[in-house]
Design a binder for this molecule. Structure first.
Ligand SMILES: Nc1ncnc2c1ncn2[C@@H]1O[C@H](COP(=O)(O)OP(=O)(O)OP(=O)(O)O)[C@@H](O)[C@H]1O
Length: 465
């Protein structure tokens, strides 16, 4: 059935015919059923956009049909048609989830209006669902690219913590995806319908930070010309993401502690406190424990924040995630810049894997875009890579080799190198071969030669990756 199809359920054949004609004249495609049982079969085969059903029928009643449809097709709108004497039942049906009801004899203008309204409503429900799915894809855990074990461990902890209200402290270098992770946690929490508010404690002048966080009342300081809500209040019912928490001045730390412990805030210049319900996720690239020793961070606040500590690994420690990240940013940049035919050959990926990425994923994202914008031909070449990346490849080969005086076996060194490369690539042969700058076939040949196989794996060395 098309989106605008209606299923009409009534045991009165004459009435079915009249209503069907009316609805078809109005442009809908209509199927009919003489009983609830028949209706259930039709819906099971091809769900319509709307069900219009009588209440009293032999066999299953309209209410029972409604109940079963609620379970199997919760978004399918059901409109009840009822005889005047049974309005009370129709009201009950609406309470049980029917979209609305009509009384017999049917006023066809009213019928048309109601059908249009019900279909519009279900279109909106569908649209919101699509929007929400897109939002999940954009901000949920799905948006975080990477399969490395270190990353997956963090994501596993994060997804479990997301369901709770516990405070989370994310520690990681700059550009590793702290905010992305915080958003994903919010998006997977019961608070997802409410606000996600970010404040970068390092980016706001120290003397304005308190008012920015907690708000102020008019006249509380020069420039406070009106009352202003703080970020904490804006995040009410939702999540507050405090980035660069290590930059929070001591006096503001005390106020934050009060918010976490008692759920109370005091606006700058206000006489009374107010209560707020927020979930706090904090992040920092600094070592807060060292700051505690230097008396620059409150120990009690630290323990309140780090109920769930999460550590995002820097990109250089998860080189196996780099190919997928490069690929994803490459596709995104091609689209953004309007160069859909551009090709990035796989043999260039090891360059990206050998560079140390001090700015982590943000740096990688920006560099890929730069390459896409500046590359001359349709295929990216080594010359199109920024100099520091081109240089990275030889640097990676500069393994420090302390050769033992008594000599060594070249074979066992080769074996050890191959095992290390495989372990680093999480036993993905394609990635390991790329890292060693050999073909996958050569890698498999050498794995066979040295009898290398993954511990706990029954498959032979040439297992596919
Ligand atoms: N695993 C990932 N998958 C896809 N994109 C990522 C990933 N991690 C980070 N990014 C992207 O990298 C950029 C930087 O991420 P984000 O702002 O979350 O990092 P951050 O650690 O909060 O940075 P800062 O320390 O500067 O606050 C963003 O564009 C983000 O979308």
């Amino acid at each position: 059935m098309t989106a605008q199809s209606i299923l009409l359920v009534d045991d009165d054949e004459n009435l079915r015919w009249v209503v069907q004609t009316q609805l078809e004249d109005a442009g809908y495609s209509v199927k009919t059923a003489g009983s609830a049982e028949e209706a259930l079969t039709i819906v099971g085969n091809q769900p319509p956009a709307l069900v219009l059903t009588d209440l009293r029928m032999p066999g299953l009643s309209g209410i029972e049909l409604l109940r079963q449809l609620r379970e199997s097709h919760p978004d399918l709108p059901v409109v009840i048609v009822t005889a005047f004497g049974t309005i009370q039942n129709a009201v009950e049906a609406v309470k049980s989830g029917a979209y609305d009801y009509l009384t017999k004899p049917i006023d066809f203008e009213e019928l048309n209006l109601l059908v249009r309204r019900a279909l519009e409503h279900s279109r909106l429900v569908e649209e919101v669902r699509t929007l929400r799915t897109n939002l999940d894809r954009k901000y949920g855990f799905e948006s975080i690219i990477g399969q490395s074990e270190t990353l997956l461990t963090v994501l596993d902890m994060a997804s479990r913590a997301a369901q709770t209200n516990s405070t989370i402290l994310i520690r990681a270098e700059t550009g590793t995806g702290k905010e992305l992770l915080a958003r994903a946690i919010h998006q997977n929490s019961p608070r997802k319908e409410r606000a996600f508010v970010t404040i970068n404690c390092g980016a706001i002048p120290r003397d304005l930070l308190e008012s920015e966080l907690f708000g102020h009342v008019k006249g509380s300081f020069t420039g406070a010309v009106s009352h202003q809500q703080g970020k904490v209040e804006l995040a009410s019912g939702g999540t507050l993401f405090l980035d660069e928490i290590g930059e929070l001045p001591m006096e503001v730390q005390a106020k934050l502690l009060r918010l976490i412990q008692q759920g109370e805030i005091e606006k700058v210049g206000a006489a009374a406190v107010s209560r707020v319900d927020v979930r706090i996720i904090a992040a920092t690239h600094r070592n807060l424990q060292a700051m505690i020793e230097d008396a620059a961070f409150r120990e009690d606040l630290y323990y309140r924040l780090a109920v769930i500590p999460l550590e995002l690994p820097p990109l250089r420690e998860r080189a196996e995630d780099i190919p997928e990240l490069v690929q994803s940013f490459f596709l995104k940049s091609k689209e953004k810049v309007g160069r859909p035919d551009l090709i990035l050959p796989g043999r260039l990926i090891p360059f990206f894997q050998s560079y140390r990425w001090p700015g982590n994923i943000r740096e990688l994202e920006n560099i890929v875009e730069r390459i896409v914008v500046l590359s001359r031909g349709n295929t990216i070449t080594e010359e199109d890579l920024p100099e520091m990346i081109r240089k990275a490849r030889p640097a990676a080969a500069a393994v420090s080799l302390d050769l033992p005086a008594q000599g060594l076996s070249l074979d066992s060194v080769e074996k050890e190198l191959i095992v290390k490369a495989l372990e680093m690539s999480n036993w993905n042969q394609t990635h390991a071969a790329r890292y060693l700058d050999i073909s996958r076939k050569t890698l498999i040949y050498r794995m066979e030669k040295h009898g290398i196989r993954r511990k706990g794996s029954d498959a032979g060395p040439a297992e596919r990756s």
